[in-house]
Design a protein around this ligand. Structure first.
Ligand code: HEM
Length: 877
């Protein structure tokens, strides 16, 4: 008698209704195993051959063989989990192996279903107790026999394509590592998408060598069709971006405040994918425009994916999702002429901003040097909204998330950023890629600001207002772990472009607050990704799939990849043993009802459209931000407003912006008004005054952490690009020495000349030019070393010093505050020819200008220290 296969071959050995069955390991991709039929001895005759034993068909057997109207009499109940031999099913004598299988599976299905006589959870779905503490779904221990759960009795008929038919009980291989989809073509022939080898990839199929191309050419048509559809819609915002994989490591258990497993214990590592972006520009726009930067992190946790979709600024322009389309329509290229690209310096943006006083705080951040970061590696990140952390006991606290770059916070100067748009539109993308390729892995620490609802009620601002931040002096940062980005993607489109971040991707232990901006975002991302990524199944795209198992009854739709066994796609069910069953308290439990209300006011409970009163204070934090900036930063903010407003075509909008700035700071407004040549207008009316509310006083006069200079970082000159200018006659020993010293300090020194090739240095030593002043102009370098002569051949260095491009190069290095090492007489000569002053105003020494008069590398230490400080803002004053 044929037996069903052994339970140990494919089913978990045990699973109880109280626990979630662990997934067995999946076989390695492409692994083959002996066919199941052979192993189980079940298939003893080929398809369509005669029955193996004389038929002893009972009159009810037909009911088992049909797909409608099953047998009237259920087989006797047997103990769960016991193996069934169809020959032992009372009253049925199958005539063939196929019939045996049918009898077996239908009998098992009936038994499984009979184990659930009713839905025992139904009553418990009602009332408050369940709402606060949902139960685990009713489910039975899985039957050990695969026949009870499969879609078809024919699943054992194996092939190279359908596999061995051995179901991997409780396992979804779409979740997990990317190895399962990574393609490597080494040693392979070129094929079509159908796997057919392509004999000739050079020529289309023609009617004769000089004849027309034939429609029959399926290879050409497939290739061109795929190409025609290579592009997908870009993101409606944040279209320009770049990403990398890495890992987040938890420093200490945070289980007292959150049950999120990634914060569960010290040393716990969680894989991440991060995408940085600009907001306004299109996909092909330049990296270094003035804009807010996106900072989106996808944590692949064991409890599912958590996306912390944040920005590099801790506040946002608006308070309510209702205004997001207006904001974006205002900042995007103007609809009549499609200009300007990736820039806020145009009428519609400032028209909107000047009528939305709540946006002034974020606008100050965007006009500050935060809007032109030096590198993704030197940006802070912020979750912006208030979120909640929830522990195992269901107790919730409020939290704000902060990313702190270990490389410190550093920015560009505007002239440099604008020039880089032309010199290297991929500046930030390249910087991130190169840093990872060269092992200088970018790192950020994650910090929480944790506070209670009671504390929040005492703040001068509303923590649900995304235009407000919480000064670190009020709630200190608690550093909880570190993220390291150490893996570039293999394929930009497959991984970065198809990545789908969403604020709704959240895990047990973290929860939303009622921030009305956040609430809108929870809807927006999934909605937009359905059209951007071509349907609802983009969660199956490899980069988006979690490493946690995915099991639910969602089915079908465009591009579905998961092939679900069985016929159960609903819950409750008895035919699938109740699975997948709801997780109860092991799952995500919304905690909104557990939070104490922030106030007892009626507006907390009525259904209405409006804002809490504290949202009406639009200026106190903009003032705080302004006061917290250094003089250099304040000057840059004024300059940025001047630049942006100068480009407007409507004078009334300029005036309205200045009238709003008057509510922030008179000096700021005066500086901008002077810059655009207008008289100071009257300040805009204050909403709080019109509402009769008391003026809001910020709890702190200034907050140190709001200045970029507060976090210089600890990586010194790692990754900084240093140009070593050379020409014939340069001192090779000095050059090599400074090159060695910079490399030791993890900087990236490169020999730069007028054109590729070699120069002849001292004692006839040839030095290879790596790149040129023309192809990598000054703005792409963080510092420059001007060559020392060998004292014999002055002609080459004199020509270098006289070259207008070289003079521009040096002048810009100086103007942009970059360290310069000028070695010997020739170095000094080049500075003078470029018009660089050797002292700061008031005859003060310039700490970024190292005049190395002595031996080969006597100035190296001082120069390396200056490179570590990044920029000499003293030159501006
Ligand atoms: C109601 C307000 C907002 C709405 C409706 C909204 C909507 C969107 C949409 C539709 C996308 C494109 C998503 C895609 O195609 O995959 C997007 C991307 C993004 N948004 Fe928002 N957004 C809002 C506010 C914010 C805020 C406040 C932040 C920062 C805290 C933010 C950060 C981001 C980031 C970082 C991305 C890019 C994600 C990626 O790299 O793929 N958004 N947003």
């Amino acid at each position: 008698m044929a037996k069903t296969r052994s339970p140990s071959a494919s089913s978990p050995s045990s699973a109880s209704s109280a626990s979630t069955p662990a997934a067995p390991p999946s076989p390695p991709p492409g692994a083959t195993s002996p066919t199941r039929a052979t192993k189980a001895g079940l298939r003893t005759a080929p398809h369509g051959s005669a029955p193996l034993s004389p038929p002893r068909v009972e009159h009810v057997l037909g009911s088992f063989l049909a797909t409608v109207s099953g047998p009237a009499t259920p087989p006797a109940d047997e103990e769960d989990g016991e193996h069934l031999d169809p020959g032992e099913v009372p009253g049925f004598v199958p005539a063939s192996a196929a019939q045996r299988k049918l009898v077996l599976s239908k009998t098992l299905v009936q038994r499984g279903s009979a184990r659930m006589s009713a839905n025992p959870n139904k009553a418990a779905e009602h009332g408050e107790a369940n709402a606060l503490q949902p139960r685990q779904g009713e489910h039975a221990q899985p039957l050990p026999d695969d026949e009870a759960s499969g879609s078809t009795r024919s699943e054992e008929n194996d092939s190279e394509k359908v596999g061995d038919g051995r179901p991997h009980s409780g396992h979804n291989p779409l979740a997990g590592t990317l190895d399962r989809v990574r393609v490597d073509s080494r040693g392979r022939m070129l094929t079509t998408n159908q796997g057919v080898p392509v004999a000739d990839n050079q020529n289309s199929l023609k009617a004769g060598l000089r004849g027309p191309t034939l429609l029959e050419d399926f290879i050409l048509r497939e290739k061109i069709t795929q190409f025609d559809h290579e592009r997908i819609p870009e993101r409606v915002v944040h279209a320009r971006g770049s990403g990398a994989f890495g890992v987040f490591e938890c420093y200490d258990s945070q289980e007292q405040i959150t049950r999120a497993d990634l914060f569960g214990k010290a040393g716990k590592q969680t894989p991440v994918f991060v995408r940085f972006s600009t907001v306004a520009g299109e996909r092909g726009s330049a990296d270094t425009v003035r804009d807010t930067r996106g900072f989106a992190v996808k944590f692949y946790t064991e409890q599912g994916n958590w996306d912390l979709v944040g920005n590099n600024m801790p506040v946002f322009f608006i308070q309510d999702a209702m205004k997001f389309p207006d904001l974006i329509h205002a900042v995007k290229p103007e609809p009549h002429n499609g200009m300007p690209q990736a820039a806020s310096a145009h009428d519609t943006f400032w028209d909107f901003i000047s009528l939305m006083p709540e946006s002034i705080h974020h606008t100050l951040w965007a006009m500050s040097d935060r809007g032109i970061p030096r590198s993704y590696r030197t940006m802070q990140g912020f979750g912006v909204h208030t979120y909640k952390l929830v522990n195992a006991a269901g107790e919730a606290v409020f939290v704000k998330f902060h990313w702190l770059p270990t490389a410190g916070t550093h920015s560009m100067v505007w002239d440099e950023a604008a020039k880089i748009c032309g010199a290297d539109a991929d500046f930030h993308r390249r910087d991130l890629w190169e840093a990872i390729e060269t092992g200088l892995y970018p790192q950020w620490e994650l910090a929480f600001q944790v506070f209670s609802a009671e504390q929040a009620a005492t703040f001068s601002f509303d923590v649900l207002d995304a235009t407000k931040l919480i000064p670190e002096e009020l709630v200190p940062l608690r550093v909880v772990g570190k993220m390291t980005l150490d893996r570039n993607p293999d394929n930009f489109f497959a991984e970065t472009e198809q990545a789908a971040f969403c604020t709704a991707h959240i895990v047990p232990g973290i929860d939303f607050s009622n921030d009305p901006l956040l609430q809108g975002r929870i809807h927006s991302y999934l909605d937009t990704q359905i059209s951007r990524l071509g349907g609802p199944n983009f969660h199956e795209i490899a980069v988006n799939a979690p490493i946690a198992q995915v099991h639910n009854n969602q089915r079908d739709g465009m591009h579905r990849q998961a092939i679900h066994r069985g016929r159960v796609a609903y819950e409750p069910n008895s035919l699938g043993g109740g699975c997948p069953h709801q997780a109860g308290m092991a799952g995500f439990v919304s905690t909104a009802r557990r939070m104490a209300p922030l106030s007892e006011s009626a507006s907390e409970i009525e259904k209405l459209r409006g804002k809490p009163e504290k949202f009406a204070d639009h200026f106190s934090q903009a003032q705080l931000f302004w006061r917290s900036q250094t003089a250099v930063e304040q000057r840059h903010i004024v300059d940025a407003f001047r630049f942006e407003l100068t480009r407007l075509t409507v004078p009334a909008i300029r005036e309205r912006v200045v009238s709003q700035l008057l509510n922030v700071d008179a000096r700021l407004a005066r500086g901008v008004a002077d810059g655009i040549g207008i008289a100071l207008p009257t300040p805009q009316p204050l909403a709080i005054e019109e509402l009769g509310l008391a003026p809001v006083m910020s709890e702190v006069e200034a907050s140190a952490g709001l200045s970029l200079f507060a976090r210089p970082g600890n990586v010194r000159c790692a990754g900084r690009r240093v140009a070593l200018l050379v020409a014939d006659g340069a001192d090779a020993t000095a050059l090599r020495e400074v090159q060695r010293r910079l490399a030791e300090a993890d900087a990236v020194p490169r020999v730069v000349g007028m054109r590729l090739g070699r120069v002849l240095c001292s004692q006839g030593q040839p030095i290879e030019i790596e790149t040129t002043v023309e192809s990598l102009p000054s703005v792409l370098w963080d510092a420059v070393v001007l060559p020392q002569g060998d004292g014999q051949n002055d002609a080459g260095l004199s020509a270098l010093a006289a070259d207008p491009d070289v003079q521009d190069f040096i002048k810009q290095q100086y103007r942009h505050g970059k360290p310069i090492l000028a070695a010997g007489r020739h170095g000094r000569d080049m500075l003078v020819k470029a018009g660089v002053p050797l002292k700061l105003a008031g005859d003060r020494p310039d700490p970024g200008l190292v005049l190395d008069e002595g031996q080969a590398d006597s100035g190296s230490d001082e120069f390396i220290a200056a490179v570590g400080r990044h920029r000499q803002h003293e030159r501006e004053g």
